[in-house]
Each structure stands twice: as C-alpha cells, then as structure tokens.
Design a protein around this ligand. Structure first.
Ligand code: SAH
Length: 386
C-alpha cells in the first residue's frame, strides 16, 4: 500500500474507526482504545500503545498512519495568547490561535487554507482559496496546541476548553472534514469537549447549515455584519446567493433540531462609517426581534490590504447600548494578541505566499467573477461554482 493511500487515524471518527478496524478483523472496542491513546494521552506512535497486541500494532503501522500537521512558527503574545503557523499536506500554511481567559482557554482553528468567500473586510478572503484541511489537520490543531501547552500527561490540566472554527476558511465549505473533526472534539472517547463549547462559525452557507442537522450538535455562530441585504451583500458576497431571511430561517431549523435549548451567536464586525451607525443598531434590533440569539460585536481589526477603519470606542459602546436596551445579550470582543497579528481576520499566513496566491486568485476572479459572487452551489472541493 502506498503511503498516500493509508488512512490517517487521527482524523477518523469513532464510527469510521470501528469500520476501519473491522476490515482488519478487529473488534469495535479497539477503536476506543486507539482514540484514547491518540486524543487523550497524546500518543501518536503505535509502538507506545501497550494495551494493543504487538501483531495488531505491526499491522496498523503497516497499513495506516498517525500524521499531524507540522508547526513551522510559534508566536507567543505578551497577553498570554499564542499563535502558531502550521504546514498542512498541501504545502500551504494556516494559523491557529490560543486565547486564555479566566476559567477557560479557547483555541481558534482553521478549516481551509485561504477562503473563496472574499468578504470585503477579511484578510483571509484576500488570499483566495487554496485547499481544504483534512479532518486530521483540523482536529490535529487541537492536538498540537494541547501538546505545546503541556496538556498531555497523567496529571496535566487540559488548557483548551473551547474551540471556535474562526480561523482561516469557511468551515461549511469543507463540510465532511469539519463535521468529523468537531465530532471528535466532542466525543467522550476522544476530546470530550462540551457541545456548547465547540462552535462552527459560518458566513452563511445555507444548504450546509441545513445539512448539519443530525450530523452534529456543535454550537453555531453566524457572521451577519449588516442588518439589511443591501449592505450585507457588499460586505459578505455570499449574501447575494443566500439572503438574510433564508439564512436566519436555516439557523432556526438547525437550532430547533438540537436536543437542548441553545441560541446561536450573531457576529457583527463593526466597521467605521460602514455598518456602525446608530440606525444600523436599531435596524439590527428590529431584524432580530423575534430571533433568539446572543450578539457578539467585533470592532474591525485593521490589516495591510484594507481601507476599512476601526470605529471609535464611543461608537462601539453606543451600538452595544442600543442593542442592550432592546433586550439583547451583547458582548464586545476585545482585541487580543494584536502584537502577533492573531486577531480575527488578521490570519494571513506567510507574506510571500500570500502575495502570490492573491495574484493568482485575482486573475481567476477576473476570468470568472462567479467564483466570488455568482450563482453558487457547494462543491466538495471547498469552492463555489455555478
Ligand atoms: N468563515 C467563517 C470564519 C471567519 S473568521 C465565518 O465567516 O464566520 C471569524 C469571524 O471574524 C467572522 O465573523 C469574520 O467575519 C470576522 N472577521 C474577519 N475579518 C475580520 C476583521 N478584519 N476584523 C474583525 N472581524 C473580522
């Protein structure tokens, strides 16, 4: 069997692992044993898995692999946050960010190298789409960050309690791999994180939100950023295909499918002079009047290739006040890790790589504008096409 044809066990869900092992003539409980070694004890060497028989270990290492992405750079921030750049199998680089807070530690995870959605205020969008991460490369970020933070070992305290799919990429355009990875994060035989603490953030890929029903019960965050379709279509081009009304309806369907009562988070990046006026706050309050949710305001994080600006603190607090008075639970995301460019929308990868990829993508967009904003359907490649 060639190395490329081998299954990488790190990214297989419990069910997939059971199937895989049954093809080797093994019983289902072996899957649980393997998952505990990999995800709980942090062991990715078959030889060290002492409760698995030697012949099986041999067979596993001959037919499967345990392959993690590689950390290529490490940036600790002065505020305790941490950013790592990792290289994935496609050769691209993506970023993950750890944010410690009182009582919790959040890992912000990437799902794609680059992104095809081209939201006008997001640095990742400027790169264009490069490749999807495999499920092992997505859950592998949790593994790597845990190892880096000393979280494996018998007495180690797990540093990461929350995972947000808010790094590079649109998670719902890499559907199967993201589902497998988040389900592993919530599986008690693997990471055992609470379903309230594993969040998929989406720009609004409506059919994929509907498809989540029954495939996962992870929490959901929606990148809304505007209270009406006209403005949202300028900021988030996918809105031209799936307007706000359809988006909110799909989110409602997904939330109603969950066994517990949970509300989605509405993310709203505040951009000076664009969507941060009091009238936008009032319009947003009216739009969401009968839509149960929490609202998270994100003051725009500036980056090199953007002309947008961060609103003044007073504008942010006025916006928040209007929503609070209308009865919403509102949080404002404080900028962390600014010294390492790890804030939302600043995850841009290696500079040289970014420039080349951006040129390529711009050329492709000129040839086929539908790539960014036409009639979209989801394809498995992580792009959109007609
Ligand atoms: N594709 C996913 C994940 C994107 S990143 C999504 O759209 O939800 C997570 C959040 O950061 C999104 O709400 C995104 O819109 C926001 N964001 C992107 N660039 C930003 C920037 N420069 N400043 C502030 N927020 C930004």
């Amino acid at each position: 069997m060639s190395a490329q044809a081998r299954s990488n066990l790190i990214g297989l869900t419990h069910e997939q692992l059971i199937v895989h092992l049954s093809m080797l003539g093994e019983k289902p409980f072996r899957a649980r044993q393997l998952m505990k070694w990999i995800h709980q004890r942090g062991i990715v060497d078959f030889e060290a898995m002492t409760d698995i028989s030697k012949p099986l270990r041999k067979r596993l290492s001959a037919t499967t692999e345990l392959l993690l992405p590689e950390i290529v750079q490490d940036y600790p921030s002065s505020d305790g946050s941490h950013k790592w750049i990792i290289r994935i199998a496609s050769g691209s680089q993506v970023e993950m960010v750890y944010i410690p807070e009182a009582g919790r530690g959040t890992l912000c995870v990437s799902s794609q190298a680059g992104c095809s959605l081209d939201c006008s205020f997001c640095a990742t969008g400027k790169q264009g789409f490069d490749s999807n991460l495999s499920s092992a490369e997505i859950v592998g970020q949790l593994w790597l960050a845990t190892a880096q933070l000393g979280g494996f070992g018998p007495n180690a305290k797990r540093p990461i309690s929350n995972v947000v799919m808010m790094g590079m990429g649109e998670p719902l355009l890499n559907f199967d791999n993201v589902m497998a990875a988040v389900n592993l994060m919530m599986d008690d035989c693997a990471w055992g994180l609470s379903k309230r603490r594993v969040t998929i953030s989406t720009a609004g890929v409506v059919p994929a939100i509907l498809r989540m029903q029954g495939q996962t019960d992870a929490s959901l965050a929606i990148s809304l950023h505007a209270p009406n379709d006209e403005l949202r279509s300028q900021l988030v081009p996918i809105n031209r295909r799936y307007p706000i009304r359809e988006l909110l309806a799909a989110v409602r369907v997904y939330m109603d499918s969950l066994p517990d009562r949970r509300v989605p988070v509405i993310e709203y990046t505040l951009i000076k002079g664009i969507n941060d006026h009091r009238r936008h706050a009032r319009e947003l309050a009216a739009l969401l009047e009968t839509f149960p949710c929490k609202i998270n305001l994100i003051p725009f994080n500036p980056f090199e290739m953007s002309d947008f600006e961060t609103p003044a603190d007073a504008a942010v607090s006025n916006f928040r006040q209007i929503l609070k008075q209308a009865g919403f639970t509102v949080t404002v995301r404080t900028t962390r890790a600014d010294d390492i460019s790890a804030a939302c929308g600043q995850l841009v990868g290696a500079v040289a790589d970014r420039t080349r990829r951006q040129d390529r993508y711009r050329r492709k967009l000129n040839e086929n504008p539908d790539l960014a904003m036409g009639n979209f359907i989801i394809c498995d490649s992580g792009r959109y096409s007609n």
